[in-house]
Design a protein around this ligand. Structure first.
Ligand code: 5GP
Length: 192
């Protein structure tokens, strides 16, 4: 459970918006931030390593862990499951480390309920077509998968106003600076 001293940062927003790049830039600027490694039933993409990019689990194992209460949050997303393991977060909080979660919107809503003190930031695209060009440009998903992700993104964009903070990723450097200010502000109130 969160203590008054711990800081949890939830970075959410549609697939392709650049959450991962923003978080990498943020962690270069604030190295004390620790990133929770999510679990997923999605197959690894080329270059992804188990335990580094994700904990890659078979669906049966994911379900077993749900039943065992091991997830802080989890969601079905575009045909796969994704979730944050309590073990990734709770030990770090107990040790006083700030933790960052990079998760989709349904999971962010769950964290909002269970950890109301967590700082929630929605990353928004600068315009309608930027998600498509990013998803196509990174070359990690086939056209069908991109179509499915864009359909989900339409829904996710409607959730934008639910979130405490919104950062438009119009320019990576500028958006990272805005995100950094949000994080530093919270850390200055509750160091750790
Ligand atoms: P990808 O397949 O592109 O790695 O991730 C698909 C979506 O799942 C992204 O929006 C990503 O942020 C989200 N995601 C990654 N890890 C988690 C998690 O632990 N929980 C939830 N709810 N979403 C996650």
């Amino acid at each position: 459970m969160t203590s008054a001293k711990s800081s949890v940062f939830v970075i959410t927003g549609p697939s392709g918006v650049g959450k991962g790049s923003l978080i990498s830039g943020l962690r270069e600027r604030i190295p004390s931030l620790q990133l929770s490694t999510s679990a997923t039933t999605r197959k690894p993409r080329g270059g992804e390593a188990d335990g580094v990019d994700y904990h890659f689990l078979e669906p049966e194992e994911f379900d077993r862990r749900i039943a065992a209460g091991e997830f802080l949050e989890y969601a079905d997303y575009s045909g796969n499951r994704y979730g944050t393991l309590r073990s990734e977060v709770e030990g770090r909080i107990a040790a006083g480390h700030p933790v960052v979660l990079e998760i989709e919107v349904q999971g962010a809503r769950q964290v909002r309920d269970t950890m109301p003190a967590a700082v929630q930031v929605f990353i928004a695209p600068p315009g309608h077509d930027s998600l498509r060009s990013r998803l196509e440009g990174r070359g990690t998903d086939n056209p069908e998968a991109i179509k499915a992700r864009l359909a989900v993104a339409e829904e996710e964009l409607l959730a934008r106003d639910e979130f405490q903070h919104q950062v438009v990723n119009d320019d990576l450097e500028r958006a990272t600076t805005e995100l950094e200010a949000i994080v530093r502000d919270k850390l200055s109130q509750s160091p750790g």
